[in-house]
Design a binder for this molecule. Structure first.
Ligand code: SF4
Ligand code: SF4
Length: 553
């Protein structure tokens, strides 16, 4: 491979690579505002100026290609003077907004002012004032004074979202971005401009002023909005999810995620009105109506489900969930087989062809249907539906789903005598018909895995706390919990719902039936399912890592 020298270190590069790319690969940081690895090169901010021996002038590292034998300096006197000058120009008209700016704490301009600026301003005149609250579209706010004209947002719309909705107008100190006349910044990926804006010029209408970022904890997650499984960062403050952001995974979503996944997949986790916060049972004498579900403890919910399932024994239909983890669905399959000797386990697909596009969004609106299929759990078919209608099933056992999604009406279930549900959010069907509702943890409260549409297994970790985790904190040492993605101290301050992972609830019910599941934590369920379902002995969460592992082509 060809080599060049950067700060007296020899660095290999691929032909055609720019200095900034080759340096990044070698772990050498060159400051940049307008350059972004997922966008075309603009070369307008000039903070990446470097000195190249034998060249008369400094050159920008983002658009200068590395070449054999080239000698580059990123910390020479000339480079430092240029960096100081660029920072001085950028800060001349920049408002002193940091105390009220959402970006503070994660702002490139703030960081670089500290690292590459002189720390003083020679500018005594009045700063140039511009509009500070412009709604660019349904999700994005713009502050004109904070913009440093890097053009990242414009290039994103043109090149990635393929929906050119932003442009520059005016010149010199008056230059600013705007939408085209009569148009809004409104495309399925519009909020990515907030992530890539290097300053606080573009902010989220929904997250605006909700929290300082240093008061939040951040946990790696996976979006549950479709079968792409975009990698995310879950931002939490006081046990409440405040935002989702994309996390770089070159193999899955690169730097991006869609707005619907970002906004539509976390509010239910926080919602005290709709969450199932504790187990519920319907007392024997109760009529079928939602008032009659009463809150109870885990023991009573387990014993009630044992009695209703005992009554149905050989005639139970198990409905798995494409929204739940591999671990939970595997535990349900095992429960059906080992406790009731049945293979009557199916799932209800969720396909929306209008949602799909050529960038990230997939028509399969579930994070794990591929995983279910890989475990031999198939969509519910005509034969089963006919059996349901003719009253062959005496009980239906559902995890994380609503049987009405089959397209059947309530009357079609009239032959079913008992329903047991695991739910994190109550639905109308369960309120009306359930005998038992176990309060199930959401994807943001558990360890587990999903398999995306390409057969890639990806991990989720707890980002918000439940009562169960608080209890576990008493049982396990902190270091053990850390291994399974434990929260930090701040994360644990406000504990709320009395929920458990589905695999754990099933283990408890199986035990009441005299069947002992050997696993004690989600990683042990994962190891067992990988061995039994995919023939992968010795798999661990560590092997899955932070970016997932491809197990199916
Ligand atoms: S709004 Fe942000 S991303 Fe867009 S040009 Fe200004 S600084 Fe760059
Ligand atoms: S493309 Fe799918 S997985 Fe990615 S953010 Fe959107 S809904 Fe979520």
């Amino acid at each position: 491979m060809p080599k060049f020298t950067i700060n007296n270190t020899e660095v290999e590069f691929v032909q055609g690579q720019t200095i900034i790319e080759a340096a990044k690969k070698a772990g050498i940081k060159i400051p940049h505002f307008c350059w972004h690895p997922g966008l075309s090169i603009s070369g307008n901010c000039r903070i990446c100026l470097v000195e190249i021996e034998k060249l008369p002038k400094l050159a920008i590292a983002c658009s200068t290609q590395a070449s054999e034998g080239m000698v580059v300096h990123t910390k020479s006197e000339k480079v430092i003077a240029a960096q100081n000058a660029v920072m001085e120009f950028l800060l001349i008209n920049h408002p002193l907004d940091c105390p009220i700016c959402d970006e503070a704490g994660e702002c490139k301009l703030q960081d670089y002012a500290f690292k590459y600026g002189k720390g003083i301003s020679r500018f005594d005149e009045e700063k140039n004032h511009k509009d500070k609250r412009i709604l660019l579209g349904p999700n994005v706010m713009f502050d004109r004074e904070r913009c440093i004209s890097c053009s990242r947002c414009i290039r994103f719309c043109d090149e990635v979202a393929k929906d050119p909705q932003l442009t520059f107008i005016q010149r010199g100190e008056k230059v600013t971005i705007t939408t085209f006349p009569g148009k809004e910044l409104d495309n399925p990926y519009s909020m990515n401009v907030i992530d890539i804006c290097p300053v606080g010029a573009l902010t989220s209408k929904h997250f605006r002023f909700r929290s300082r970022v240093w008061d939040m904890s951040f946990t790696d997650g996976i979006c549950i909005g479709c079968s792409r499984g975009c990698n995310t960062i879950i931002g939490v403050r006081k046990n409440e999810i405040l935002r989702l952001e994309p996390r770089l995974n070159e193999k899955v979503n690169q730097w991006w995620m869609c707005d619907e996944g970002r906004l539509g997949t976390f509010k239910f986790v926080n919602d005290e009105n709709t969450r199932v916060k504790t187990p519920f049972v319907r007392p024997e004498e109760a009529e079928e109506s939602d008032e009659n579900l009463v809150a109870t403890d885990w023991e009573e919910a387990v014993s009630k489900s044992v009695s209703v399932l005992n009554g149905a024994r050989k005639h139970i239909l198990f409905i798995a969930s494409p929204y739940s983890t591999l671990e939970d669905n595997y535990a349900l399959k095992k429960f059906a087989k080992e406790v009731f000797g049945t293979d009557e386990i199916f799932y209800i697909p969720d396909i929306d062809t209008k949602f799909a596009d050529d960038l990230l969004r997939k028509a399969d609106r579930t994070p794990n249907a591929t995983g279910l299929e890989a475990m031999g759990i198939t969509p519910i078919g005509e034969k089963t539906i006919k059996e349901l209608k003719s009253g062959n099933f005496k009980a239906v056992y559902v995890i994380n789903d609503n049987p009405e999604r089959t397209g059947l009406t309530k009357a079609d279930f009239s032959g079913v005598q008992s329903f047991v549900f695991h739910l994190n959010t109550l639905n109308g069907f369960a309120s009306e018909y359930a005998d038992v509702v176990f309060s199930e943890s959401t994807y943001a409260e558990i360890n587990g895995t999903f398999m995306n549409f390409e057969g890639r297994i990806q991990r989720i970790r707890p980002a918000v706390a439940t009562l169960e985790q608080e209890r576990l904190l008493g049982e396990y040492s902190m270091s053990r919990l850390d291994k399974f993605g434990a929260p930090n101290d701040r994360w644990m301050k406000e504990v709320r719902f009395n929920t458990r992972p589905t695999w754990k609830i099933l283990k408890q019910i199986a035990k009441a039936f005299g069947t002992d599941f050997k696993f004690d934590n989600s990683e042990e369920v994962f190891a067992e399912l990988c061995k039994n379902e995919f023939g992968l002995d010795g798999m661990s969460y560590e092997e899955v890592g932070s970016k997932g592992i491809q197990i199916k082509k």
